[in-house]
Ligand binder design. Structure first.
Ligand code: FAD
Length: 482
């Protein structure tokens, strides 16, 4: 049989693409190397955007039936101190809440949904080779020690960060900034209610730790941080995680016990050489589309699945599978998410310099303090962190003016709450001075890395400034000012 479309990988990206295609009557084969239900290392957080797409896929009731949490706020901790509880935006196009569902269950629901919509699913098939030499595209997969061959008109690579399909079109998988992460499940976590807690700490910055707890006290706990060739991390990830559990979460975990072993994985935050080739499109983590600010990628995988399925339908109807035609997908993706992704990646580029961590945490701490009692600013900040408010909108002068408090008393109270014991005293001046000396010392020890980093920041800021002016002009802001 020659399928219209073969999809490699049945994560959220692959199963969503299979549903969108099969729904249009397109014959679709979904292959995955694992037998489902299978585990996947993740925080299991379903952001409002993911819930929106799950609804579009037609399986929101099944997902919500299996979840034990409805979370409308997030708690921020910096260097062990609880600083703020931020409410999620309530008036966005997305639901005003997040939920949690283990990937083992979520991905199984999504794959079954694809089958319900007409896709053929073959689990336990590890694709080893993509062959473009014949009349059709061929995926060669190993199953139970035997090789099987599948032919299609088109192929969508949805096989995650370690994508065999991305490699087959010449992409390099670890070329720029990556993030490493580890997570484990715990029972009996004492949060009292389902909760999302985010921990920033000098020990694992740039990055963050998370505790995502459901109503039953079961939590997904992990840390993830960026690594870059200029600033290789010298510390062992598992060791940093153990310290996170033992120091930051000591109180929270006093009655908790691990539920299974911890597991690690990685993510990539750089632009791949290409998202398309003749007869091939890459989606989700295989195309590095996850959010560089928070690492979330379930909804991005689903969004890219939707756009690629539209282009696939067009290519199939026109019989044109050339790279030029499939490039429409890459262009649509860039139009939809490209500028936002670049701003996020730029912020990550700035933050990935670990030698300036005290400065960044100082800034974060003050932003968190400013949000106290200001629901509007809380919604803005959590909306930006969750990706519910597009970064291109968030950095527009009008949005910033709307979000930032203008009353002097708010700023005075922020300055007081960032001081030790609620006052700005001599201690804080000394501690700021000591931090500046520490940072300067680290920069002096490693000047070349900082020069490289500075050059990268400069290059990206010049590129973005051009795009930003275009975006401002587009929004008509410049016209208003004139
Ligand atoms: C530690 C961690 C925490 C995260 N937490 C969150 C979170 O809380 N919320 C969020 O939104 N995102 C989170 N993410 C990101 C999210 O997990 C990914 O962005 C998302 O899974 C991407 O979906 P995908 O379908 O593109 O790829 P994947 O989910 O990786 O699915 C790829 C599929 O392809 C299959 N596959 C791989 N190779 C082959 C092959 N050769 N042949 C056949 N099949 C193959 C795999 O078995 C897998 O089923 C987290 C990531 C990490 C690492």
């Amino acid at each position: 049989m020659i399928y219209d479309c073969i999809i490699v990988g049945a994560g959220p990206g692959g199963s969503s693409a299979a549903t969108f295609l099969a729904r249009q009557g397109i014959s679709t084969l979904l292959l995955d190397k694992e037998v489902f239900p299978r585990d996947k290392v993740c925080g299991d957080g379903l952001a409002p955007q993911s819930l929106y797409w799950i609804d579009e896929l037609g399986c929101i009731d099944e997902v919500l039936d299996q979840t034990d949490s409805c979370i409308t706020t997030g708690d921020i901790f910096i260097n062990g101190e609880h600083l703020s509880t931020g409410r999620f935006p309530q008036d966005a196009q997305y639901p005003g809440f997040c939920t949690l569902l283990e990937r083992k269950r979520l991905d199984f629901i999504l794959a079954k949904n694809a089958v319900k919509n007409g896709a053929v699913f073959k689990p336990g098939h590890m694709v080893k080779e993509i062959d473009l030499t014949g009349k059709y595209i061929v995926a060669r997969a190993e199953s139970d020690g035997k090789m099987a061959e599948f032919q299609g008109m088109l192929l969508i690579g949805a096989d995650g960060v370690n994508s065999v399909v991305a490699r087959s079109i010449g992409n390099i998988l670890k070329e720029g900034t990556s993030a490493v992460s580890v997570r484990g499940y715990y029972e009996g976590v004492d949060t009292g209610r389902s909760q999302i807690q985010i921990y920033f700490n000098e020990r694992f910055f740039p990055g963050y730790g998370w505790v995502f707890t459901d109503d039953s006290g079961k939590a997904n706990i992990g840390i993830g941080y960026a690594i870059d060739r200029n600033f290789p991390k010298k510390r062992n990830l598992q060791h940093v995680f153990d310290e996170f559990l033992g120091k930051d979460l000591k109180g929270l975990l006093k009655n908790a016990r691990p539920d299974g072993p911890t597991a690690g994985w990685w993510a990539s935050f750089f632009r791949p050489k290409s998202m398309v080739a003749e007869r091939i499109m890459l989606i989700g983590d295989a195309a590095n589309v996850a959010d560089p600010i928070n690492g979330g990628g379930i909804h991005k995988a689903m969004e890219s699945a939707f756009i690629s399925s539209q282009v696939a339908a067009y290519a199939l109807s026109s019989g044109d599978f050339s790279v030029e035609t499939l490039r429409t997908y890459e262009m649509l993706w860039k139009e939809h998410a490209g500028f936002d992704w670049r701003i996020g990646e730029f912020l990550l580029t700035i933050a990935k310099n670990p030698d300036l961590r005290e400065l960044y945490l100082f800034l974060l701490k003050n932003i968190a303090n400013l949000t106290k009692g200001n629901v509007h600013l809380q919604e803005f900040c959590s909306g930006v962190f969750l990706g519910m408010i597009p970064l291109k909108d968030a950095i527009s002068p009008i949005a910033l003016l709307n979000a930032i408090p203008l009353k002097p008393c708010d700023w005075v109270s922020m300055l007081y709450s960032s001081g030790r014991g609620g006052s700005l005293g001599l201690y804080d001046a000394f501690s700021a001075g000591a931090n500046i000396v520490k940072m300067a010392g680290r920069i002096a020890v490693n000047p070349l890395s900082h020069l490289n980093w500075g050059a990268e920041v400069l290059k990206k800021s010049i590129g973005l400034a051009g795009n930003y002016m275009d975006a401002l002009t587009y929004q008509g802001v410049i016209g208003c000012i004139q």
